[in-house]
Ligand binder design. Structure first.
Ligand code: SF4
Ligand code: SF4
Length: 451
């Protein structure tokens, strides 16, 4: 065929233009080249650039565009790989933003039973995905330790026949950790993730522990685990998540320094979600998109300064957006892609066996995203009308995104839309996510691709 122009989107940065295609290839043109493209006045040099980015197509590069489209959407063909298991809704802490709306106290009615645990594992192994990740969440999972151990043992036993690539991890506040549990987790190669919100004063303000400070336990166990890994010649390290409240924003340096001091090399500076208990005191603890972006940009500048001195530290969103643009495979971050990870990438199993589309979905005080339970068959659950409607609502093919240069790398969230605007189909340009992501992408593009 004669050459023809592929669909492309663009954004102007000064006298440069950043162009992207549906399959995620990109190109930077100067004003003269861009005007020539618009006027269809293409010299050989410009033609070559456009061919290399598959913006101009012909018989020689069309199969490359098809290959890249397939790679970028590889996650559509795998089956659900991430399985969040809420072994208890109970927690012994009372964090001000608790997204999981956990229950304080002894009431075991919020614990997963062994029977439900067994059915949950059986359900998870119905997924055709070659990679299965089971992640324990809560509440505080260590409050139902017997069920955690049962699931690990039973999943390993099943996998000795199924031979999948099985990863298991636990998210814990460390307050109930002891040596016996640590040894069991390390011996079974269970990944460990905790929450650390920054220096002691900030951490203990955000993450309230009624028996004193939680900060001490977190620091203690991160160090003990990491030194055990080291002694055993293992490469593992404890991962940590930071949650940002209004109070956190002025402490960007202190938060980053805290992570560096513990040898943690990735920090994920996510904005707060209006879910669970956070929504009850939203005005008090939240911040505007602009306040968050100011914090995030200062943090990246500070991280870059540290990196130039040889200190190892990366910010997750920055690295993710950079890789999304640069690499031909989507890096597989379930919350920012189209369609998002709900159902096709992850499922969340509540303590009572109910199955939600994703972890955040079970945090709404609503069963809109409840799609079944562990007695169902996997293939029926993921293909039922409700599941298909939810997956469909997370595809960013609607009008606003369709004009945005970042469409091939971005994604919309039906759970956030519902929490923010009361509808799973959001008015995208009015969402916090869109405003934040657009500026974060702009920042990465200016730093990394426009020079
Ligand atoms: S619905 Fe939202 S929270 Fe759930 S997987 Fe999709 S993007 Fe993530
Ligand atoms: S959500 Fe916003 S930033 Fe993302 S593709 Fe849509 S319009 Fe662009």
């Amino acid at each position: 065929v004669k050459d023809f122009l592929n669909n492309y989107r663009y954004k102007q940065f000064g006298n440069k233009y950043f162009l992207t295609t549906d399959h995620g290839s990109f190109l930077v043109l100067n004003s003269k080249e861009f005007n020539n493209l618009k006027q269809n006045s293409l010299d050989d040099k410009l033609k070559t650039k456009l061919f290399n980015a598959e913006i101009l197509l012909d018989n020689n590069n069309i199969s490359e565009a098809v290959r890249l489209t397939k790679n970028r959407n590889h996650f559509l063909f795998n089956g659900t790989s991430l399985h969040i298991v809420v072994v208890t809704l109970r927690c012994n802490m009372n964090c001000i933003y608790c997204h999981a709306s956990s229950k304080y106290g002894e009431d075991s009615k919020f614990d997963m039973s062994l029977d439900i645990a067994k059915k949950t594992v059986d359900f998870i192994f119905q997924s055709p995905s070659e990679i299965l990740t089971i992640e324990f969440q809560g509440g505080e999972p260590l409050l139902n330790w017997d069920v955690v151990k049962f699931i690990i043992n039973y999943a390993n036993q099943k996998n000795s026949i199924m031979k999948k690539k099985l990863n298991i991890s636990i998210v814990t506040n460390f307050s109930l950790m002891d040596e016996e549990k640590m040894n069991f987790l390390i011996d079974n190669s269970i990944g460990v993730c905790t929450s650390l919100d920054g220096p002691k004063e900030l951490h203990d303000y955000n993450r309230k522990f009624l028996n004193g400070s939680n900060y001490e336990s977190v620091i203690y166990w991160i160090k003990i685990f990491n030194s055990e890994y080291n002694d055993k010649g293992l490469k593992s390290k404890v991962n940590s998540l930071v949650t940002l409240t209004k109070k956190s924003l002025k402490f960007y340096k202190e938060i980053i320094d805290e992570y560096i001091a513990l040898g943690i090399e990735t920090i994920h500076l996510r904005f707060l979600n209006n879910l669970g208990n956070a929504s009850k005191i939203w005005e008090e603890i939240s911040y505007s998109a602009d306040e968050y972006l100011d914090f995030w940009k200062k943090s990246i500048i500070y991280i870059n300064e540290l990196k130039s001195k040889g200190i190892k530290i990366d910010e997750r969103i920055y690295t993710l957006f950079y890789n999304k643009i640069l690499l031909e495979f989507d890096p597989g971050y379930l919350d920012i892609r189209s369609p998002c990870g709900a159902i096709i990438g992850q499922l969340a199993y509540n303590y009572d066996g109910n199955i939600f589309t994703c972890d955040e979905a079970r945090m709404l005080n609503d069963d809109l995203f409840l799609i079944g339970n562990v007695n169902d068959r996997y293939e029926n659950l993921v293909t039922c009308d409700k599941s298909c409607a939810i997956i469909n609502s997370s595809i960013n093919d609607q009008f606003i995104c369709d004009t945005c240069v970042y469409k091939p790398y971005c994604g919309v969230c039906p759970v956030c839309n519902y929490a923010e605007q009361g509808n799973i189909i959001g008015k995208i340009s009015q969402t916090l996510r869109c405003k934040v992501f657009k500026e974060q992408f702009d920042f990465v593009v200016k730093e990394k691709f426009i020079n």
